[in-house]
Design a binder for this molecule. Sequence first.
Ligand code: GRF
Length: 201
Amino acid sequence: VRLVVLVSGSGTNLQALLDAAADDAFGASVVAVGADRTGIEGLARAERAGVPTFVESVGDHPTRDEWDERLAGRVAEHKPDLVVSAGFMKILGPHMLSAFPVVNTHPALLPAFPGAHAVRDALAYGVRVTGCTVHLVDAGVDTGPVIAQEAVPVREGDDEESLHERIKTVERRLLVETVGRMAREGWTLTGRTVRLGTGRV
Ligand code: GRF
């Protein structure tokens, strides 16, 4: 199964997928890594792993829709079975979403705390338990069907960094587990329910 991974930052979730894909038993390989900006560690991780990379910045396009269309074309060049958004900080548009199934990882228990500041928002709210969510991407912001979730405790004295790091430790494992199962066992979507183990990728 061919994965294209989209990143915008450090790429530790990407690294977890690259490490898992080194074992054929994982059932999927990362065939390319795309980003919305240059100079990020996520691209360096791909290069170190010998994986092709590409960058499509929103600012290089006259409209958001043309960026979405161009990004879809760049992704399509690699013929992915599944696109994984792992710390990609842009909302994907109709060209991307009509062309590929996209999985995203989010550092909160959706529908709580959607958006780009989930960890900060959870901490500010004062929750005692937060977590991470792996979900299919739809046209909304972190609103797609949930595939997997895992709770992560908030500890006394946590700041955004310590809490996000604790979440990311769980998130990287959950993403590898979930993407691996989708690749090996297939999956289907019925309404908002994603079922794994149904033979379709
Ligand atoms: C992850 O927690 C992801 O859920 C969020 O940003 C973080 C990206 O981390 N959107 P990394 O780039 O994978 O290290």
